[in-house]
Design a protein around this ligand. Sequence first.
Ligand SMILES: N=c1c2ncn([C@@H]3O[C@H](COP(=O)(O)OP(=O)(O)OP(=O)(O)O)[C@@H](O)[C@H]3O)c2ncn1[C@@H]1O[C@H](COP(=O)(O)O)[C@@H](O)[C@H]1O
Length: 125
Amino acid sequence: MITTKNTSEGTPTNTSGADVLAQLATVLAERKQASADASYVASLHQKGLNKILEKVGEEAVETILAARDAEAGGDAAALISETADLWFHSMVMLSHLNLSHEQVLEELAKRFNMSGLVEKASRAG
Ligand SMILES: N=c1c2ncn([C@@H]3O[C@H](COP(=O)(O)OP(=O)(O)OP(=O)(O)O)[C@@H](O)[C@H]3O)c2ncn1[C@@H]1O[C@H](COP(=O)(O)O)[C@@H](O)[C@H]1O
């Protein structure tokens, strides 16, 4: 689904994780000005934050159900696809609020080497 630059052989380029998110963020920013008739992302922006949040919630539930199926021996590809839908709609949410995926990546980077249990204890007061 994600459009990437292609070589003459048709092999996608610049598809490392951070590059994919950066390319997607650029497209999402451009789509804020696009016609809702021609762009799904533009149509989401036009419908507003509540519609975007509805999609994030819907995709989160679909991801949960796909994860349960995968654990029960179901299709792992379906879980990957649902997770991609969830990440995509989360990116649209951030874009709508003029926030950057890079802020999320920075937050995750800050947490490197910080045990979740230690962090939780530090909040316990
Ligand atoms: N990565 C995605 C992407 N992932 C999922 N989707 C769309 O997200 C929607 C998911 O909604 P559902 O599965 O619930 O399907 P639906 O029933 O059609 O949705 P609703 O009518 O309920 O809103 C589908 O329409 C998918 O096509 C995406 N649409 C766009 N992108 C990227 O965004 C770029 C810009 O897209 P446009 O704005 O459409 O040009 C594209 O080039 C892609 O890179």
